[in-house]
Design a protein around this ligand. Structure first.
Ligand code: PMP
Length: 366
């Protein structure tokens, strides 16, 4: 393989339009980004205060061990420090896992649709990708069993799942994990864990005592409101973490990110408040979908996957003209739907007005 022949057929990640681009394109003063599931309430005031007064020494490399953050998370999750691995966002941890465990001759099993980085990294590593379609918006765990074989190295589960928002009920998850051979790594990506309000969802970290081949991914990018700082982490048994550490680059987290993540952990009340506000607003979306007779996947996250009357790209473009950036289902593997981050009360009220226009076809398409 060389740079001319390598990775044919692969596309780099294409980011959605930026707020500034849309402002310029449509001459809009206010544009709301509801495309990447960030926290519309920002971050904890404690983090903001820290950012204004911080004394980080920028000429010094970051602590490659993220020592203080490690201590705090070890206490929070009640796990030994050796069970934690930090990444430049959980994106990087997905890359590290793929690099460490996938390659030609191996295969990896994942839900579809789901977070595209699992398949993207598997492709880079040359592993075979086995996608198991959701059934009625739920993970088909029997389908996972059928897809696995002796060459399966990694299984990806995303709970709640992006882009559908569904969770894997706790009992189903445990029954499934009992059947998985312990040389297969099961990754439980829980980027949206903090938003879950359903009672049949457990803190998967508690499963780690029983299942040594499970690794849980969490992030500061979503409910903690720190997407710009790129801090994600994995919790897993020390042998797995130690192996993954061999692939990690020495200073993969920056000092600012680690420091703000530490401050954010001091304010769990902020997370609870965001969970509550998000859940109220999620209910508004549910009611809106019911009132208008449109399908929406049952979400436990801070986004919804909602049906649109026409082509998803056209719908996304129409919403864009009204100042809302959403993600078209055509790029998520869910044609006929758009994924919308749940905003604040005011943002959502305005969003529903823009969506009403779409539904009533008052919109003149370009
Ligand atoms: N997992 C899932 C399911 C996600 O939706 C995302 C972000 N969109 C990530 C992982 C990566 O998040 P980050 O790298 O910001 O931690």
């Amino acid at each position: 393989m060389n740079w001319k022949t390598g990775l044919t057929g692969m596309k780099p990640y294409t980011p959605g339009r930026s707020i500034e681009d849309v402002q310029t394109l449509y001459g809009l003063k206010e544009v709301v980004k509801l495309a990447s599931n960030e926290n519309p309430y920002g971050c904890s005031p404690a983090v903001k205060a820290f950012l204004e007064s911080n004394t980080i020494q920028h000429e010094i490399y970051p602590d490659g061990n993220a020592g203080n953050l490690r201590n705090k998370l070890s206490k929070k999750h009640n796990v030994p420090k050796e069970m934690l691995l930090f990444g430049n966002g959980s994106d990087e941890i997905i890359m590290i896992i793929s690099r460490a465990l996938l390659g030609e001759g191996s295969n990896t099993v994942m839900p579809s649709p789901s977070f595209p980085q699992y398949a993207h990294n598997a492709k880079i590593e040359g592993a075979e990708i086995r996608e198991v379609p959701l059934v009625n918006g739920q993970h088909d765990l029997n389908g996972f069993m059928d897809a696995m074989d002796s060459n399966t190295a990694v299984i990806w589960l995303c709970s709640p799942n992006n882009p559908t928002g569904n969770i894997i009920p706790a009992n189903e998850l445990k029954t499934f994990l009992k059947k998985i051979p312990d040389d297969i790594l099961v990754v439980l990506d829980e980027a949206y864990y903090e938003y879950v309000t359903a009672s049949d969802h457990i803190d998967s970290v508690t499963l780690l005592n029983d299942f040594a081949n499970v690794i849980v991914l969490r992030t500061f990018s979503k409910a903690y409101g720190l997407a710009a700082f790129r801090v994600g982490y994995a919790i897993g048994n020390p042998a797995i973490i130690s192996y993954l550490n061999t692939v990690r680059s020495p200073f993969n987290n920056n000092s600012f990110g680690v420091a703000v993540a530490e401050r954010a952990l001091d304010d769990e009340a902020f997370i609870e408040k965001c969970r509550e506000l998000n859940s109220e607003q999620r209910n508004r979306f549910k009611n809106y979908a019911i009132e208008n007779g449109i399908h929406m996947f049952d979400s436990q996250t801070n986004f919804v996957l909602i049906e649109v009357p026409d082509d998803a790209d056209d719908a996304a473009e129409s919403l864009l003209r009204h100042g809302f950036i959403v993600r078209s289902g055509n790029v998520l593997g869910t044609p006929g739907y758009v994924r919308v981050t749940i905003g604040t009360e005011a943002q959502n009220s305005n969003f529903f007005k823009a969506f009403d226009l779409l539904l009533n076809s008052q919109e003149i398409r370009i």
